[in-house]
Design a protein. Sequence first.
Length: 199
Amino acid sequence: MKCHFCSKDAVYRCNVCGKTLCSKHTKLTATCPTCTHKRKEKYHLNRLATATEGDKIRQLVERFWGEEEQLTFDRKFNVAQLPTYTAKLGTGIVGFISLAEMNDAAIIVALGVLPEHQGVGIGKSLIRRVESEAKKAGKRELLVSTSNDDLPALGFYQSLGFQLYEVKPNIIAEKHGEVLKGIGGLPIRDELRLRKTLR
């Protein structure tokens, strides 16, 4: 799905009108509870099972981040090769979360929900599923990082109990060899690291 305002792939959805947006056309604005429409969708969560589903994850990762490889917590990961849970509406994948392990922690390497399915609780359900699995595996923490411009993601993770604990200045700019423009035109430079203690 394309951005409503240009030909780039959409990665966000407007909370008020529902238009799909790329990072360039996403604006940082305050929205009251009345204007944030809650929709309901019947989706189900599964562990990634088939090669075809793996190909779909690869396409989604490319769409959301422009590359299959993600740099987080000083490690590079090929997202399509990681343990992954999917959210499906019917038989189609509308969201996913991919994980890696690091000592006594589980790392959320990638979390993506198609813009037209954002705002219905899919991301929150995927986080809760991973949190449950990490506890069963004896992990003490759930870790995630985001870029300094991605205030929607920063707000989302904090609303689920994650706390910001470290900033890695300029690591994203160095990876790309330049400072890119992100959400709302903010410069993308730093990796913000968050963690949630699992009890």
